[in-house]
Design a binder for this molecule. Structure first.
Ligand SMILES: Cc1cc2nc3c(=O)[nH]c(=O)nc-3n(C[C@H](O)[C@H](O)[C@H](O)COP(=O)(O)OP(=O)(O)OC[C@H]3O[C@@H](n4cnc5c(N)ncnc54)[C@H](O)[C@@H]3O)c2cc1C
Length: 373
């Protein structure tokens, strides 16, 4: 089979399939982890405040992450830091009240995600340096962070060790069809690669263009999420947990080298001349000010680096499409992760491999059907 895309999804699915004896060809346009699955820092491995439809996947991923490094024989940088979703306002639109926090905590617990509501003192016990306006927190002790680049490269290596062919610098530009089957992919070098059993389109922002060749329009677009790296001043405090926020666009993680990674929904933009995503200064400033408001010791932190070059596909209802492509019998697509695809990838990739091997859609993937549109 052929897998298009060498991000966490392509590499993890290649590893699962190859170790079960499948003949796997993974084709990556640039290098492994050159898309959303690469770059500096770590990604949040978070269930707290995740879309409810993704929580069963995250429940499974909670079990997979701690042992993934041993399973693939490579570093993942996984740390179970615990995650706190900070609540400042008594009300934020229809959400954000303490009543909403208690309801969210109960529903998350019911779906297997340990979660408790913290009062202001409990928040400060866990995070002494958050601002005084924080009135509550939703705490998920099993949340954490992991090194996305190392994990993705480790998965590619593990797939290779199990016999998968992993090719970089190879862009899929066209598909050959025989009735409802895709028989081959055509690369930018004019080469034709036989698909065999199944074609998996796991190429994130590139998936919509290939699916369009098959007559289907995915309800997705591309964004360039902003990530910043701050160096706290002197011995200033830094966050001890993965921190999110109820109404501000903010995600904070402390990295092992003492820097703090800042993200949370701020965006860069496409630079057509240089053909890459770039930072927008106003958004860099906005993200830093928000971080300093919520976590004042970061007010004097130095900006070490920033990046908005990693494109991500967003879907119209902010959860992915993981499905067969209409009018085809051997093509699966997984895209539209909407900024939170990394954490659930180990669970989804395992299920995708099961789907390919058994021919049956695994139940936890049902909410992500294309037919919901
Ligand atoms: C700054 C940032 C912060 C994030 N934070 C989090 C977080 O905290 N927690 C979380 O869970 N998620 C987070 N995400 C989202 C997460 O990183 C992505 O959802 C995930 O990495 C997507 O993986 P992927 O394998 O689908 O895509 P990618 O890693 O983008 O891989 C797709 C690959 O396909 C290749 N490709 C494209 N078209 C073709 C083609 N035609 N032929 C061959 N190859 C092709 C590309 O070169 C690319 O390498 C974040 C994303 C960003 C950018």
């Amino acid at each position: 089979m052929v897998i298009v895309g060498g991000g966490i999804y392509g590499c993890a699915t290649a590893w699962h399939l190859a170790r079960q004896g499948a003949d796997v060809h993974l084709l990556e346009a640039a290098t492994i982890a050159s898309g959303a699955s690469g770059g500096f820092g770590k990604r949040g491995v978070r269930a707290n405040q995740r879309d409810l439809r993704e929580l069963p996947l995250m429940r499974t991923a909670y079990d997979l992450w701690p042992r993934l490094a041993d399973d693939i024989g490579a570093c993942t940088g996984y740390e179970r830091t615990g995650g706190i979703h900070l609540i400042e306002r008594a009300t934020t639109g229809t959400e954000g009240e303490i009543g909403a926090a208690e309801t969210h905590a109960r529903v998350q617990r019911d779906l297997g995600i340990p979660t408790e509501v913290l009062d202001p003192e409990q928040v400060r016990d866990l995070e002494p340096d958050v601002c005084h306006d924080v009135q509550a927190g939703l705490y998920s002790p099993l949340d954490g962070i992991a090194d996305h680049t190392a994990t993705t490269r480790g998965l590619a290596q593990a797939a290779r060790r199990h016999g998968a062919t992993v090719r970089e610098d190879t862009t899929v530009v066209d598909l050959r069809r025989d009735g409802d089957r895709i028989t081959a992919v055509v690369t930018d070098k004019g080469e034709t690669v036989d698909v065999g059993h199944t074609l998996l389109l796991l190429n994130n922002t590139g998936a919509a263009a290939l699916v369009r060749l098959l007559g289907t329009e995915l309800p997705m677009w591309r964004v360039f999420p902003q990530a910043l790296l701050l160096r706290p001043h002197g011995d200033a405090a830094s966050p001890r947990h993965l921190l999110g926020h109820d109404h501000r666009r903010l995600a904070l993680k402390r990295l092992p080298d003492g820097t703090v990674m800042l993200s949370g929904g701020w965006r860069g933009r496409w630079n057509a001349e240089h053909e890459r995503g770039e930072l927008i200064q106003e958004n860099v400033d906005g993200n830093r000010h928000t971080a300093a408001d919520v976590f004042p010791p970061l007010g004097n932190a130095r900006l070490e680096s920033g990046d908005a070059s990693r494109a991500e596909s967003c879907s119209v209802d902010e959860i992915p499409v993981i499905d067969t492509v209409p009018a085809t019998s051997n093509v699966l697509v997984g895209a539209g992760w909407s900024g939170h695809g990394f954490a659930i990838a180990p669970a989804v990739a395992d299920l995708l491999a099961q789907w390919v091997i058994t021919g049956e859609r695994p139940d936890p993937l049902r909410p992500f059907s294309y037919m919901r549109f």
